[in-house]
Design a protein around this ligand. Structure first.
Ligand SMILES: *Cc1c(COP(=O)(O)O)cnc(C)c1O
Length: 387
């Protein structure tokens, strides 16, 4: 990447990767909806041969994504899990990935049910405890995969400390930065080797795209990941790249508003008599509040809380009592969503194990959007009144 390093985030969000179309001057990168490119003579082309391999709309997005994370290379895939799949394909049979124990469910499934039988093992540890991380590294550990903040308990892991430990052992660290977005947290600057995003969430930001992306500054790794993008073929379509480029232009503004709404709502919930524990890194009683303040630019827009009446029925009353907060999986869009991890995203985890990690029966997860705050608070308040 060239001259974007010293620019502010908002400037990069609006401009990085996007240049006027050379044939027309169109200020927006066109949707190059084509599968192939005509050659003047065999092998004589303009850098584009076949659209699995290269597409100009995708190129613009990849440059933009790299600039947002402060990395050299952005590589996009057809989903967040396809991006993770490319990273795990860097490993060999016999290698092991060390992971945060409360990994996104789909990431866990990919590792355990797809790569486990192929001989790539994964082990799940408490990444918030650095001693546990140090003791868990074995000769076959060839990658560390971590998420912070985690889902749904919003634990914060010290990215720099883990990268320092990993570097002593020559192990690459991949950080799933989906929950924070590149606006709030930049793992490469803290020592990570690869940043992973489910672009589906905050980066695209409008609940209309499924996409994943990786950013790295390592030349050899980037070459291998681009090779895998073409060789395995999980590429995003040009229309989705266009929508994502459009979404990125307002990422900083959306995040500012969503974080502001989430902070207010977390305080409201924290004082509500029917609410039990509120998990939000911006609250001073969050166990890693200080770390979040150092590592992130703001505390994010995901909140989890449980109810004093800790049972599924009480949770169901709240979940079916909201109107603005829509009951749905996913997160990171402009509209607010509400979900019940115990019966939705985390239903596959045995109850005992769920409870041990703080995921109670009445735990409710909010993805706070950018609506007017007063309306969001009123919506949650009226749903809580029904309990
Ligand atoms: C959604 C999500 C993924 C998977 O991304 P898809 O785009 O749905 O494939 C991975 N990690 C986290 C933290 C997510 O929230």
């Amino acid at each position: 990447m060239s001259n974007t390093e010293n620019q502010g985030f908002g400037t990069r969000a609006v401009h990085a990767g996007v240049t006027p179309d050379p044939t027309t001057g169109a200020i927006m990168t066109p949707i190059f909806q084509t599968s192939t490119y005509v050659q003047a003579a065999p092998g004589q082309h303009k850098g584009y041969e076949y659209a699995r391999t290269q597409n100009p709309t995708r190129d613009a997005l990849q440059a933009s994504l790299a600039a947002l994370e402060g990395g050299k290379y952005g590589i996009c895939y057809s989903s967040g899990l396809a991006a993770m799949d490319a990273v795990i394909k860097l490993l060999q049979s016999g290698d092991e990935v060390l992971c945060s124990h409360d990994l996104y469910g789909g990431s866990y499934r990919l590792l355990v049910r797809v790569y486990g039988p192929m001989g790539i093992q994964s082990r799940y540890i408490d990444m918030t405890d650095l001693d546990v991380v140090r003791k868990s590294i074995r000769p076959e550990t060839k990658m560390i995969w971590l998420e912070t903040p985690t889902n749904p308990t919003l634990q914060i892991t010290d990215i720099k400390a883990i990268c320092d430990i990993a570097r002593e052992h020559g192990i690459p660290v991949c950080v799933d930065n989906t929950f924070a977005s590149p606006y709030l947290q930049n793992p490469l600057a803290l020592g990570a080797t690869i940043v992973h995003h489910s672009i589906t969430k905050y980066i695209a930001g409008h609940s209309d795209v499924i996409m994943g992306g990786l950013v790295t500054s390592d030349d050899a790794l980037a070459e291998r990941l681009k090779f895998l993008q073409n060789a395995s073929g999980a590429v995003p379509g040009p229309q989705d790249c266009f929508l994502t480029l459009r979404g990125i232009k307002t990422l900083h503004i959306r995040m500012d508003r969503a974080c502001e709404n989430a902070m207010k709502l977390a305080h409201f919930l924290d004082q509500h008599p029917k609410v039990g524990k509120v998990m939000y890194p911006g609250l001073s009683h969050h166990p890693q509040h200080a770390l979040a303040g150092r590592q992130m630019r703001n505390y994010g827009a995901m909140i989890s809380f449980d109810l004093n009446a800790d049972n599924i029925d009480a949770a169901m009353t709240v979940l079916s009592g909201t109107h603005l907060f829509s009951l749905a999986e996913s997160l990171g869009g402009v509209e607010s969503l509400i979900g019940h991890p115990a019966s939705m995203t985390h239903a596959s985890i045995p109850r005992e194990q769920r409870l041990a990690s703080g995921l109670t029966d009445s735990l409710i997860r909010l993805s706070v959007g950018i609506e007017s705050y007063e309306d969001l608070e009123a919506d949650i308040a009226s749903a809580l009144d029904k309990v």
